[in-house]
Write a protein that binds this ligand. Structure first.
Ligand code: C2E
Ligand code: MG
Ligand code: MG
Length: 743
């Protein structure tokens, strides 16, 4: 807010070189109110001091001005300065003089717009009040008139600019700019509109957002041309909808929502306003709204609104709303099996970030064109999200094979030739429910299932998916609570040197105890936390907790221990990840080599560049890196070579299958590969001494498994290590597992 209205009081300046006059005036005017407002008195004891004040203070309504001060006509000089130099034309001036003989010539009074001239004796309390009241009134009137004049000038200039605007967006942006300038505000707001053409109205429910943000400025600029329901501020959304529903302006403490509309449409202008508009401004706003509502009704603009509402400007395909409408209206004729396919471009954001948005946009257009040319007109094609396309058609034409075949040849995007792949969520319309929204929601459930599925790149909707989704939501919420209530625990599972039997380290494993004494397994809640992003916070807590436990261990006199922590992909994307680790190591006074990070192959392959960069940085710190569940992913040797790895963990499924036909060959070759790559090897899930013997005999360095110990809480771990230290003098009896009564 830039203007400095002093709306709550009238500001009166007293200029006089006699301190007593100030005192008397103060007594006389103190506590008086004009039109309900108190007076604020400002004081200056010379013309020079008054000049200073008038140049720096705004909104002074009246000056009570002594004529004789520094010199005989100092007051009159000041009047000239006020009008000519300072250009204060609304300010009312009352001249006062001690001696009747000093009356200024009539001409001065006329030329310089002086309200009144009185000798000090004449100005009794009542007279003074009367003069001040009259002056304040005329000040107020003048100000209103001037504001109106300026406002009208702006409206005339503004509306004619708006009429010329070719695009709906330019029009909408213009409206926000004009109205902000009318109110003396920085342009910060949105123009939202909805169509009211009943024959065309689509039944997509409230959630789909039939209200559009047609123009936006300031902090809202990014919302331009998007449905209102994408506005993250739910309260603000409600205000705008309320204004549109009630067809009434809303004036709140620091927001204003203005309504304008005709039969065919309703529109609302949302503005951040640190003060409420005064009467004069409100009149101007009404005038302005009237003006723009005519401009807005212009047929071309109206049609553009419709286009903005139902077409995707980038690809010229139908947009999400249109897609929902089509989904809603789709019926199935006999001999026709309609399916919905949602198609998500893999790694689109990397292309966008890496090669630039222009290339990204080109690519989206190219994909749109490819889809159009691949499928007949019977298939509807839309772009429903940044990198998600939606298709509706007959199952014979539209199936995983036919859709994915469209991605066999690369796309041309600028001067780049890009081979990309897609993930598909597919649903038979008859399984997807009745309304367009529900159908879309279920198709998305299938798409998300396909994304989670590492092996395939498509999934068909089955009702169980929705139950699972519900279940995941419940777990996801409970997990956040658990994190907040500090209900999660870190347990530790020891790892051993297979030749000496000595503990080499431990793996930190999360435990989520339930009130009934059970645990929700990490295999269930970690993927959910990864999906929801909660893993970033959880993972950071694990790092802190582990560091504390390690430092407590040192404090209790134990030799330094190596702890392996499992790291998920979203943690690598978090900007705080490395800083968290550095901070944990430093605050707990740990040596970086005590910390080992376990990453799985799928993490690595997800975004190799991000991961490799972070790993190189961590490696520099002195942290060691281990590749987990090795053999279950698809890492190429090429990537493995680029990584700063120290250890390879052979997945426990290979250990389990040693005695299966061919099983020992696989584990042998995995161990061999590890050795070739110069890595230390550790076998997970050793449960029998036969398994232990086998892996040791094939060169495996370390082992971890129930044969030795399960994961245990920190206190139990301390006892366990102490008991191991005693054992160390005798040969390790690996055939009988150490007592682990703590589990
Ligand atoms: P993982 O990293 O492969 O951890 C080893 C899993 O194998 C652990 O399961 C462990 O209890 C289990 N295990 C160890 N020895 C044996 C054995 O002899 N036989 C059998 N059958 N299982 C054994 P857990 O604790 O249920 O963890 C499962 C997965 O959850 C972990 O697999 C890891 O991927 C993930 N996870 C656990 N804690 C964390 C964490 O703090 N952060 C992240 N990102 N993931 C975690
Ligand atoms: Mg692990
Ligand atoms: Mg593992």
């Amino acid at each position: 807010m830039q203007t400095s209205h002093h709306n709550d009081t009238w500001r009166i300046l007293i200029v006089d070189d006699d301190p007593e006059v100030h005192e008397v005036t103060r007594l006389s005017l103190g506590g008086a109110r004009i039109q309900g407002r108190l007076l604020t008195l400002l004081h200056a004891e010379s013309a020079a001091a008054a000049y200073q004040l008038l140049s720096s203070e705004a909104d002074i309504a009246v000056v009570l001005l002594d004529v004789v001060m520094e010199h005989d006509d100092a007051g009159l000089q000041l009047v000239k300065i006020i009008r000519d130099e300072l250009q204060l034309h609304d300010l009312r001036i009352i001249l006062r003089t001690g001696q009747p003989g000093y009356a200024p010539e009539e001409q001065v009074i006329r030329d310089y717009d002086i309200n009144d001239y009185k000798t000090k004796q004449e100005l009794t309390h009542t007279q003074l009040m009367t003069t001040i009241i009259a002056s304040v009134r005329s000040y107020e009137q003048l100000r209103t008139i001037n504001q109106h004049r300026q406002g009208l000038q702006k409206i005339i200039a503004g509306s004619s600019n708006l009429m010329e605007d070719q695009s709906l967006q330019a029009f909408a942006d213009g409206v926000i700019t004009q109205i902000s300038s009318l109110l003396g505000l920085c342009a910060e707001g949105m123009l939202c509109a909805t169509t009211r053409n009943d024959s065309d109205q689509i039944d997509i429910g409230d959630a789909a957002g039939d209200v559009y943000i047609l123009g936006a400025a300031g902090q809202y600029a990014w919302l331009n041309s998007r449905p209102l329901n994408e506005l993250p501020d739910a309260r603000c959304q409600t205000l705008i909808r309320q204004c549109l529903n009630d067809k009434q302006h809303l004036q709140l403490a620091d927001e204003t929502v203005l309504y304008f509309g005709r039969e065919q449409y309703s529109a609302a202008i949302y503005l951040q306003t640190a003060r409420s508009a005064d009467t004069a401004e409100n009149e101007l706003i009404e005038l302005f709204l009237n003006n723009i509502s005519i401009a807005y009704q212009n047929v071309t603009l109206f049609q553009k609104l419709r286009r903005a509402a139902y077409a995707d400007p980038l690809t010229r395909l139908a947009n999400r709303n249109e897609f929902i409408r089509q989904l809603h209206n789709r019926t199935y004729a006999p001999d026709f099996q309609p399916v919905v396919v949602l198609l998500d471009l893999k790694n689109f954001s990397e292309i966008n970030d890496g090669l630039g948005q222009d290339i990204g946009d080109e690519l989206l257009r190219a994909v749109g064109e490819r889809l159009l040319s691949t499928f007949s007109e019977d298939t509807s094609i839309a772009r429903i999200d940044a990198d998600v396309f939606g298709l509706i058609g007959d199952e014979r034409a539209l199936n995983p094979v036919s859709v994915l075949a469209a991605f066999d040849t690369p796309f041309q995007s600028g001067d780049q030739t890009l081979l990309i792949s897609a993930t598909l969520g597919i649903g038979h319309l008859k399984l997807l429910g009745e309304s367009g929204m529900t159908r879309l929601k279920r198709a998305y459930i299938a798409l998300n299932a396909a994304k989670r599925n590492l092996l395939g790149n498509y999934a068909y909707y089955v009702p169980k998916m929705e139950e699972d989704t519900q279940q995941r939501l419940v777990i996801s919420r409970a997990l956040r609570d658990a994190l907040q209530d500090k209900a999660l625990q870190v347990w530790y599972q020891p790892q051993f040197d297979l030749n000496s039997g000595i503990i080499t380290g431990v793996e930190a494993l999360l435990r989520w105890p339930q009130p009934d004494g059970d645990f929700i397994p990490p295999n269930v809640f970690i993927p959910i936390a990864e999906h929801s992003g909660a893993i970033v916070e959880i993972g950071s807590w694990v790092i802190t907790q582990v560091s504390r436990d390690l430092s407590q261990l040192a404090h209790d006199g134990f030799a330094p221990l190596r702890v392996a922590i499992n790291i998920s992909m979203p943690q690598f994307r978090s900007p705080c990840f490395i800083a968290d680790i550095v901070q944990a190591l430093e605050s707990c006074d740990l040596h970086p080599s005590q910390l080992e990070l376990e990453i799985t192959e799928s993490v690595l392959m997800d975004e190799p560049d991000v991961v490799i960069k972070a790993l190189l940085q961590l490696k520099q710190l002195g942290v060691t890196i281990s590749i987990d569940d090795f053999g279950t992913g698809f890492s190429s040797l090429n990537y493995l070579r680029q990584l700063p790895l120290d250890r390879m963990k052979v997945d426990r499924s290979f250990v389990r299958d040693i005695d299966q036909p061919g099983g020992h060959l696989i584990i042998e070759s995995i161990l061999n590969l590890g050795q070739q790559l110069g890595l230390r090897t550790i076998a997970e899930g050793i449960e029998t001494s036969e398994q232990e013997d086998f892996v040791r005999d094939h060169g495996c360095d370390e082992g971890q498994g129930f044969l030795y110990a399960q994961a245990m809480p920190y206190q139990a771990l301390k006892k366990f290590i102490a008991s191991q230290a005693q054992r160390r003098t005798a040969p390790l009896a690996t055939t009988s597992p150490p007592e682990n009564d703590f589990i």
